[in-house]
Design a protein around this ligand. Structure first.
Ligand code: LLP
Length: 404
């Protein structure tokens, strides 16, 4: 068995039938994550809003929404995808620092639970659009609490040095606007500190802070929610993220007597470990300095190593005997920054071998591009041992379909 319990024979069969590179997902793992999350928070009224950006493929969204989980969206496109896949509007929150008017209109028309408002001017804009439609819009104020999530700076969002949220120092003014502007229902406060957070204390600190900030607001009848965002880490190599139960304990202990409903926006944790990227060795080569293994997946399929220096586990699907070699696993794209792993010690790899890159369920297919005119790879969902294509491989025709 390989990580994610993908059986080598099944992977070889998938590679033969659907070609490589190819994303594969273990359906049962997604189900198990959803169930564990719901169970961990069963003692407190909680609305779960899956951060759709982690993976937007319809069959996976449908699986998650069927569990009673809603959606956190950050664009009109994500909102439409979530609704198409069956998310309930009253379980959708809309985050993001730059919502456009048409996106706000779509959210109001579909009656989402709340916009996570990220600036004072955005509150005014939501109010104007809602009143223009003679409707009202639910809003949470997304607070930037200036808490260090101790994660990669590109994915840390809770510090004053980032563009996110309303600085806590401006919160009184935002609350005043939220309560006084027409067309707004101030439903809650929220925050999102960042992603791949490995320290439960960070969540506890945020829960405590938000709980304190909501104290004076609870008398307003619409004000019912406290949104703690997403961010729970998963294991890519030797990280030791808190268990979901430890996470729940950290978040819930400051909220015991608070009386507000909790909203959570998990993305990575729900989906990352269910996925892997199946790729085949095209060639191997040596320079006086390095050994390279060139595979058919590249930074357009998985940009995390190039963009964040992220580590993904990699294993040969059928390891050969022989001494391990230290290699760079690289793709065919014409950039030195195109790599999946650097200086990785692996069993010997030869042309034609299949290789599995692990923990790619989140922020992999969703961040894929067609750079170097590479059609995006297909996605295959495995359930009860049976693989099913849930997104076809793009074609050469589709690469130019929108050009005029
Ligand atoms: N809520 C909001 C408002 C967010 O911006 C995010 C992620 C989440 C929830 C979900 O966070 P999660 O539970 O997945 O950590 N592309 C990067 C990750 C970017 C995360 C952006 N925001 C990566 O590959 O590591």
């Amino acid at each position: 068995m390989l990580f994610g319990n993908f059986h080598p024979d099944l992977l070889s069969q998938i590679a033969r039938t659907h070609g490589t590179p190819c994303y594969v997902y273990a359906g049962e793992k997604i189900d198990a994550q959803c169930t564990a999350l719901l169970k961990a928070f069963s003692s407190h009224p909680t609305t779960f809003c899956y951060a759709v950006k982690a993976n937007t493929t319809r069959a996976l969204l449908e699986k998650i929404f069927r569990k009673g989980i809603g959606a956190d969206v950050v664009s009109g496109g994500e909102l439409q995808r979530a609704l198409n896949a069956g998310a309930r509007a009253d379980q959708i929150v809309f985050s993001g620092v730059g919502k456009q008017d048409w996106e706000i209109e779509l959210g109001i028309d579909r009656g989402i639970l709340a916009f996570n408002a990220e600036s004072l001017s955005e509150l005014e804009r939501i109010s104007a659009i809602a009143t223009g439609k003679k409707k009202s819009a639910g809003v949470f104020l997304r607070v930037n609490p200036n808490i260090d999530a101790k994660t990669n700076p590109y994915i840390a969002t809770g510090l004053y040095s980032t563009k996110f949220g309303i600085a806590e120092s401006l919160l009184d003014e935002a609350v005043h606007l939220g309560l006084s502007l027409p067309g707004l229902k101030l439903r809650g406060l929220g925050c999102h500190l960042g992603s791949q957070i490995k320290d439960a204390k960070v969540f506890k600190q945020a829960a405590r802070r938000l709980s304190r900030l909501t104290e004076s607001l609870k008398t307003h009848p619409d004000f019912q929610y406290l949104d703690l965002g997403g961010g729970l880490a998963v294991r890519y190599s030797n990280e030791k993220p808190p268990s979901v139960d430890a996470y729940a304990k950290a978040v819930l202990s400051p909220l015991q007597k608070n009386g507000l409903k909790l909203v959570l926006e998990p993305g990575r944790w729900l989906i990352a470990e269910s996925g892997a990227l199946l790729t085949r060795v095209i060639a191997t080569k040596k320079t006086p300095k390095k050994r390279f293994v060139i595979v058919d997946a590249a930074m357009n399929d998985l940009i995390r190593p190039s963009l964040y220096e992220a580590y993904h586990p990699i294993v040969p699907v059928e390891p050969r005997k022989g001494p391990a070699q230290t290699v760079d696993i690289v793709g065919p794209i014409c950039e030195t920054g195109d790599f999946l792993a650097l200086n990785r010690k692996l069993p010997p790899l030869k042309e034609g071998d299949l290789v599995l890159v692990g923990v790619t369920g989140a922020y992999s297919a969703a961040m894929a591009s067609q750079y170097n005119s590479r059609p995006r790879a297909p996605e295959v969902l495995i359930e009860a041992g049976r693989p099913k294509v849930i997104r076809r491989r793009e074609t050469l025709e589709s690469l130019t379909a929108f050009e005029v």
